[in-house]
Design a protein around this ligand. Structure first.
Ligand code: FMN
Length: 184
């Protein structure tokens, strides 16, 4: 059966390193692909209104509903590293996982997320250390109910010297990631 893949694009650059790897991924993915740009989609940050403390649902109605619908087989987080972690708009999007936090910790409601495969594509200039992003990446995939991202991660971490478009290892790894995501 054909798969539905959600890609969260954490880069502001339309033709940057992350975009290059996303384009390559899409070339090899079968099935439906939905891409959400953390910079361009209409997803407001959580303002801690605490509505979800009562209902486990977010009261804000915007593009985040695409993610809340939870009807994907795969989720890919593709993002540059900024200041050793994920860019602000990605963290802002992640703040909207708060209803899940409320469900688990305040309301004792099981999340019952659809099990998914998780794919990670990480780019970085190489002047810093990308390890600082690890915690938020783990939180992202946990809140998405996705697994497997560590084994199938694609990393192009020296883009200042080797842009992703010339990073043959990363380009090969993206193809392998797509093949895994396409599998039953
Ligand atoms: C505000 C900002 C902060 C950055 N912080 C880091 C960093 O901490 N470590 C690093 O290796 N590269 C860092 N970079 C470089 C980007 O991660 C790198 O250029 C990446 O390839 C950009 O991807 P993109 O073209 O998909 O946006 C930073 C870039 C910017 C603009």
């Amino acid at each position: 059966m054909s798969k539905k893949t959600l890609i969260i694009n954490g880069s502001p650059r339309l033709h940057g390193d992350t975009a290059t790897l996303i384009t390559e991924l899409k070339k090899h993915l079968t099935g439906e692909v939905v891409e959400i740009s953390a910079y361009r989609s209409k997803i407001a940050p959580c303002v801690d209104c605490r509505g979800c403390w009562k209902t486990a649902k977010c009261v804000v109605k915007d593009d985040m509903s695409l993610i809340y619908n939870d009807d994907f087989d795969n989720v890919v987080l593709a993002s540059p590293v900024y200041y050793m972690t994920l860019p602000g708009p990605v963290l802002s999007l992640m703040s909207r996982f708060q209803p899940q936090h409320a469900a688990m910790f305040f309301l004792n409601i099981p999340l019952n997320l659809r099990p998914k495969k998780g794919g990670l594509i990480l780019t970085a200039g190489g002047k810093g250390n990308a390890d600082g992003a690890a915690h938020h990446i783990r939180v992202f995939f946990r809140q998405m109910g996705a697994t497997g991202f560590e084994e199938h991660a694609v990393k192009s971490l020296h883009t200042d010297d080797l842009p992703a478009a010339q990073d043959t290892k990363a380009l090969e790894d993206v193809k392998k990631l797509a093949e895994w995501l396409n599998e039953e």
